[in-house]
Design a protein around this ligand. Structure first.
Ligand code: COI
Length: 370
């Protein structure tokens, strides 16, 4: 079995120990997020001499890595996140995979890693999902999907600080339900004023592991104050809202605007974020990308100028924000309103309907994987 792309051919070597169907179905019934993995993974190697080669799909399992591998020391690594959705007719689709492929290329340029072509990226997904398609949850089971995690890292064993000359690309897949345990309910956010996630000229716009590592101390501080997530502010003035570390933020105003922090180079260019900006126009909302001060959030939530707030990302889809807390204060913009606001619900539904094939794909956002 092979899967051919423009440049790479992923040779498919089926696992000799796939999980029994009954056990797989048991796991698919309540997968949680990021805990369960399919039978296979895709791999490819790059070297400065040969370029990309050795593309294959083989049994999911531990990778053999030298303790001197550069990624373990200097964090030369990037990743992506996207999902495979099963439609009612059994076919399997992904949402804007070329946008993820292009973002991976931008991340690679920032982290001095070799680029993978869009065709090879999509080809790797097709090769993996093709053999693991039984792991894509059945249509009509809420919002479960197969989360796909492509990633690339410096696998060369070398301790000098320079771009690695041997690099590994891999894709693993994990059946997924709601990102937050407890399902869809409003999250409470903590303003991280002691820790920034990214700075000007840094890697904030790249999807690299280091950004997520740098968000953890703020996240922990938030958890210690009873919050689910931390909101990061710009590192220069500590006054403008950036993002949550793993999600972008949106604000719905009383006069029908849908506002999100503009991309300043320190914020991740979310695929869900850009899709929502498109959908907003169709829903009669006025999308606005601009800088938003944290004080504006506090004041507008109190005055009722902001009516709804939500976070978004591939993993979290659209998640309502209930409350904002900081050292010495808090604001809850919901008042007596429903836990999930009307606009938040409509956007969430609109996005999921396209992804699961329940609404017409007028944007050409879907790509068939199997
Ligand atoms: C995603 O939404 O796909 C991400 O990579 C973010 C992470 C919090 C899971």
């Amino acid at each position: 079995m092979t899967h051919t792309t423009t440049e790479l051919t992923f040779a498919v070597n089926p696992s000799d120990h796939p999980l029994a169907a009954a056990e797989r179905e048991r796991l698919l019934a309540d997968p949680g997020f990021g805990k369960v993995f399919t039978d296979h993974m895709a791999l490819a190697t790059w070297s400065s001499g040969q370029g990309w080669h050795d593309a294959q799909v083989r049994a999911f399992g531990p990778l053999s890595l030298s303790p001197a591998a550069a990624v373990l020391h200097y964090a030369q690594e990037v990743f992506e996140g996207l999902k495979a959705y099963r439609h009612d007719d059994g076919s399997i689709w992904s949402f804007r995979p070329e946008a993820n492929a292009q973002r991976l290329q931008r991340s690679c340029r920032r982290l001095a890693l070799p680029e993978l072509s869009v065709d090879d990226f999509v080809g790797s997904l097709k090769a993996l999902v093709g053999i693991d398609q039984a792991w894509v949850p059945a249509a009509g089971t809420g919002e479960t999907s197969l989360y796909l995690r492509p990633f690339m890292f410096a696998s060369e064993a070398f301790l000098g600080v320079r771009p690695a000359s041997v690099v590994t690309y891999a894709v693993i897949a994990s059946p997924a339900g709601a990102y937050f345990s407890g399902g869809l309910k409003p999250v409470t956010l903590w303003i991280s004023s002691n820790y920034a996630r990214a700075g000007e000229g840094g890697t904030g716009a790249a999807k690299c592991g280091g950004n997520y590592a740098s968000s953890l101390a703020g996240q922990l501080e938030g958890n210690q104050h009873g919050c689910d997530q931390a909101v990061f502010l710009d590192s220069a003035t500590h006054s403008y809202i950036e993002e949550l570390g793993g999600m972008n933020l949106f604000f719905v105003t009383r006069d029908g605007k849908l506002v999100t922090p503009e991309l300043t180079g320190t914020i991740l260019e979310g695929v869900t974020r850009s899709s929502i900006l498109e959908l907003a126009k169709e829903l009669g909302l006025e999308p606005q990308e601009r800088r938003i001060e944290i004080e504006e959030w506090k004041d507008s939530a109190r005055s009722g100028e902001i009516t709804e707030i939500f976070a978004c990302g591939t993993a979290a889809v659209v998640t309502p924000v209930g409350e904002l807390r900081w050292d010495g204060g808090s604001v809850d913009h919901r008042g007596d309103g429903p836990a999930i606001g009307e606009v938040t619900s409509t956007i969430r539904r609109g996005l999921l309907d396209i992804q699961y094939g329940r609404a017409e794909d007028t944007h050409g956002w879907l790509t068939r994987l199997a």
